[in-house]
Write a new protein. Structure first.
Length: 131
């Protein structure tokens, strides 16, 4: 999965920052610190992307951060959205898979108390180069 870059507009508040991603309707958040506001808009963008994909809609093209007229004190920044990092952070569901292996391999693995799910997960991460 390729990383995506979307602009966000940050507005300093008395107690932190409000922030929105103009490429997504209703994508607002805030944070007590700049880092927290960045993390919160990252998650808000993830929710917007999940909703769009879940409804079979295309993702919006990213606007240029320079294309927005900013109010005094506001600033824009690109949010680097990594769909894989977002999924790892927010999707802890497990999926049951049925697989077939030779009986002799199963016998040895069971004798050695192999965690089949753990081995398969590690092998898939390695095979798909997701580390």
């Amino acid at each position: 999965m390729a990383k995506l870059l979307y602009p966000a507009i940050f507005h300093p508040e008395d107690d932190g920052y409000s922030v929105y991603a103009p490429d997504f309707d209703g994508c607002f958040s805030d944070g007590d610190t700049l880092e927290e506001a960045y993390d919160m808009i990252f998650d808000a963008i993830g929710l917007c992307i999940e909703e769009l994909r879940g409804n079979g809609k295309p993702l919006p093209a990213a606007s240029s951060p320079a294309s927005f007229a900013l109010s005094p004190g506001d600033f824009s920044a690109l949010i680097e959205f990594d769909p894989l990092a977002y999924a790892k952070k927010h999707d802890s569901r497990t999926v049951k898979k049925t697989l077939t292996i030779p009986a002799w391999l199963n016998t040895i693995a069971e004798e050695r108390h192999v965690n089949f799910s753990g081995v398969l997960k590690d092998a898939l991460i390695s095979h798909l180069d997701l580390r």
